[in-house]
Ligand binder design. Structure first.
Ligand code: NAD
Ligand code: AHE
Ligand code: ZN
Length: 375
């Protein structure tokens, strides 16, 4: 069949809207009509050429929602008409990682996913006879996409596609980082670095968990009002921290008889390795945990004095907020439908596929929180 899609032919070039050839679903796969897709900073990261796993040409996009329109042989848990969210972190419930109950990082199809192909080693996408890569196993910048059954969460039918697509990455990552990875407790003190599409969801997760002090840090002053809307209690622009951001944040979080400062939890939502270091060092000695969410480009490495860890600070990372997609995503959709979490105000722009490059321009200019393409 033919499908309208935005292709990344090469790094750092605008996406091109073309008619692609798409093969139907094979064993264990489903064909999904994507109704809407968000544009996450990670799409930009890969398009920029910074992603060590980046492959071109590719159909990017990993934050979608849509409807199953066909199922290949052997598919048992989905059928035509099901409303779904594609999962870049699948949940096979059978691999050693799924069975460990210690991680959400299912390994069933991770190798082929990283090679831009389906689990049988081939791509379903082609253009003018040339193979086009899948991306993160989802490729939601195509109106139709093929997905392995284990990489699809079935959701309720009354959930609006143009909003719940954001649960396919940003919402789940931010809230999950708080609840699943950090396991933040009521009364905690937290610092969130980077108040974009992920950071604001960390903030709403912290409010949900009952954190007392929620400090937001961003180089863009416009983000102060955004953070406050979702529960941020204090804002810091690093430029106004007197040259030593760690000392400034530690000072702000001083409490107790010994007046030792530092947050119980910090979250990097920037992907900047210097910010990651600041986030770790702004943690409370003895127990503070710093969670890395941002993804850093090829060749980038984190650094700190080992003494920071010797004195009890903990460095952790999280992918997809530690969520097990087929189990957790339908629950997060229900939280949204019940009004427990906000999504609508964070979707600042919607556009047709033809204007998808504007979403990247808005992101670069710091003018959007989330842009969503509606097919
Ligand atoms: P975004 O562009 O919407 O937001 C980034 C924010 O960081 C912006 O507000 C920007 O002003 C701010 N910022 C940039 N440099 C800063 C600095 N030095 N100090 C403070 N603030 C700074 O991006 P997003 O969609 O929120 O994504 C954030 C990061 O999370 C990206 O690296 C993305 O790739 C990553 N991500 C990771 C996961 C995961 O599963 N681990 C999931 C989604 C996104
Ligand atoms: N491919 C990159 C890393 C990119 C990355 O870390 N991706 C996150 C999701 S970001 C979603 O917006 C992730 O899930 N990572 C775990 C995994 O298995 O990919 C690189 O550095 O090679
Ligand atoms: Zn993402």
């Amino acid at each position: 069949m033919k499908t309208r899609a935005a292709i990344a032919f090469e790094k750092s070039r605008p996406l091109e809207i073309v008619e692609l050839d798409l093969e139907g679903p094979k064993q264990g796969e489903v064909l999904v009509e994507v109704k809407a897709t968000g544009i996450c900073h990670t799409d930009e990261f890969t398009l920029s050429g910074a992603d060590p796993e980046g492959l071109f040409p590719a159909v990017l996009g990993h934050e979608g929602a849509g409807i199953v329109v066909d199922a290949g042989p052997g598919v048992t848990s989905l059928r035509k008409g099901d409303h779904v969210i594609p999962l870049y972190t699948p949940e096979c419930r059978n691999c050693p990682s799924c069975l460990s109950r210690k991680t959400n990082l299912c390994t069933a199809i991770r190798a082929t996913q990283g090679q831009g192909v389906m689990p049988d080693g081939t791509s379903r996408f082609s253009y003018e006879g040339r193979m086009v890569h899948h991306y993160m196993g989802t490729s939601t910048f195509s109106n139709y996409t093929v997905l392995p059954e284990i990489a699809v969460a079935k959701i309720r039918e009354d959930a609006p596609f143009d909003k719940v697509c954001y649960i396919g990455c940003g919402v789940t990552t931010g809230i999950g980082a708080v609840i699943n990875t950090a396991k933040v407790e009521a009364g905690a003190t937290a610092i969130v670095f980077g108040l974009g599409g992920i950071g604001l969801n960390v903030i709403q997760g912290l409010r949900l968990a009952g954190a007392d002090m929620i400090i937001g840090v961003d180089v863009n002053d416009d983000k102060k009002a955004w953070g406050e809307r979702f529960g941020m209690t204090h804002f810091v622009n690093p430029k106004e921290a007197g040259g030593d951001l760690v000392a400034h944040l530690v000072n702000m979080t001083k409490r107790g008889a010994d007046q030792i400062g530092g947050a119980d939890y910090t979250f990097d939502c920037t992907g900047n390795v210097d910010v990651m270091r600041t986030a770790l060092e702004a943690c409370h000695r003895g127990w503070g945990q710093s969670i890395i969410i941002g993804v850093a480009g090829v060749g980038q490495e984190v650094r700190t004095r080992p003494f920071q860890l010797v004195t009890g600070r903990v460095w952790k990372g999280t992918a997809f907020g530690g969520a097990r997609g087929r189990t957790d995503v339908p629950r997060i959709v229900a939280w949204y439908m019940d009004g427990k979490i906000a999504i609508d105000p964070m979707i600042t722009h919607t556009m047709p596929l033809e204007r998808i490059n504007e979403a990247f321009d808005l992101m670069h200019a710091g003018k959007s929180i989330r842009s969503v393409v509606v097919y």
